[in-house]
Design a binder for this molecule. Structure first.
Ligand SMILES: [Zn+2]
Length: 166
């Protein structure tokens, strides 16, 4: 998650993605943990989480949000962990793989939303983000837990897992 990655993401059409199509870390494709099938991640029907087109297992759900679609992004039927990050932030790069692992390991139980604070200052300001990375867990569209800093995976799980469905 560095400046190069960000440029490539923009070049790949991140800003102009079609309506109804969400963007994953790996460029719109998410791999099914159960069968390995590559799936293009789309916005699921209301009340649903994304499932594999091949085996119907829950897919890792990790998307990028903007000021424009943030409310929609956190209105999910599962808890939503929002990562407030920036391209220049080293600790953000350190925590990024942990969040991807969480999305895979808790597929169907959590949605991970990444919000670039430089490109989306309104949302960062609304939630009073003063240092990054900051991760806020939303349930029913409301913040219920905040984690500040690139804490290790065990510390992150300690705060987040109690809020996730079993
Ligand atoms: Zn599958």
């Amino acid at each position: 998650m560095d400046a190069t990655y960000n440029r490539e993401r923009r070049a790949a059409g991140f800003q102009k993605r079609p309506a109804g199509e969400e963007v994953t870390m790996s460029g719109e494709i998410t791999v099914c943990v159960n069968c390995g099938a590559k799936n293009r991640l789309r916005v699921p029907p209301p009340g649903k989480t994304p499932v594999c087109g091949q085996c119907r297992s829950a897919l890792p759900w990790l998307v990028h949000a903007t000021d424009a679609d943030f409310r929609d992004a956190v209105a999910a039927p599962v808890p939503v962990l929002v990562d407030f990050w920036a391209a220049w932030c080293g600790p953000c790069r350190a925590i990024a793989p942990v969040l991807e692992e969480l999305a895979r390991e808790q597929a169907g139980h959590v949605k991970v939303v990444k919000l670039n604070v430089d490109e989306n200052p309104a949302t960062a300001s609304e939630f009073q983000i003063t240092s990054i990375p900051t991760m806020i867990l939303f349930k029913g569209g409301r913040p219920v837990e905040t984690v500040v800093g690139a804490v290790g995976k065990p510390a992150l799980l300690l705060q987040i897992l109690p809020h996730l469905p079993k």
